[in-house]
Design a binder for this molecule. Structure first.
Ligand SMILES: Cc1cc2nc3c(=O)[nH]c(=O)nc-3n(C[C@H](O)[C@H](O)[C@H](O)COP(=O)(O)O)c2cc1C
Length: 196
């Protein structure tokens, strides 16, 4: 699989970090194109203590990247901006309300919005892990628009029944659910076992 991952300026940068780490470790994934939005850098500084664009990917992965390449959000000439690029799908985690709006309205004015637009027009999986609370009616309408265009709205609502020990484990389990949805079942994914 060749996947595109965008991290935008919503809260939950740890989720994007754990997604990138899971994909780097997954042999079924050949290539990951990673696009951080400008505003995600601010949130990563607040939430992960990472500052600047230099070596961002290596800092997020905790090791040099083997298969992940970072692209700038203003690089609208990147490979993933074209439907001819053989992509298997795109995940936006976390997805801000601003990026949701751009995708829902087809603005295609940044690499993230354009790559999402292409993913939808090529009928490939697009997973939008939206994060905001509470939602206003604009957010709700945009989620409906994006879902009607083929996106999966996969809100950042973690599970508690698996009793995660900390926020990293909670993030990992959320990522397991996202990747499971794409057919990439993960080792260590919690599976509910009812008393039957
Ligand atoms: C610390 C921090 C947390 C934020 N959390 C959210 C959030 O959870 N959801 C959201 O839609 N916007 C959130 N924002 C606002 C977005 O960063 C802002 O709307 C930005 O324009 C989104 O741009 P982007 O979609 O291009 O990344 C947050 C901003 C900061 C600084």
């Amino acid at each position: 699989m060749n996947l595109t991952v965008a991290i935008t300026g919503a809260s939950g940068a740890i989720l994007g970090r754990e997604l990138l780490r899971a994909l780097e470790a997954d042999d079924r994934v050949a290539r990951v194109h990673f696009v951080p939005s400008e505003n995600s850098l601010r949130v990563m500084a607040e939430e992960l203590g990472l500052s600047g664009r230099n070596n961002l990917l290596e800092k997020l992965l905790g090791a040099p990247a083997k298969k992940t390449v970072q692209l700038a959000d203003n690089d609208i000439g990147a490979s993933i901006a074209s439907g001819s690029h053989p992509s298997s799908g795109m995940i936006v985690l976390p997805c801000s309300m601003g990026t949701l709006a751009a995708i829902a309205l087809g603005l295609a004015d940044s690499l993230i919005a354009r790559a999402a637009d292409v993913t939808l027009k090529e009928r490939r999986p697009l997973i939008l892990c939206v994060r905001e609370t509470p939602f206003n009616r604009i957010h709700l309408r945009n989620m409906t628009l994006a879902a009607e265009a083929g996106a999966t709205i996969f809100p950042v609502i973690p599970a508690f029944y698996n009793q995660p020990a900390d926020s990293t484990e909670m993030a990992r389990q959320f990522v397991c659910r996202v990747l499971g949805h794409l057919g990439l079942a993960q080792p260590g994914a919690y599976v509910w076992k009812a008393d039957e």
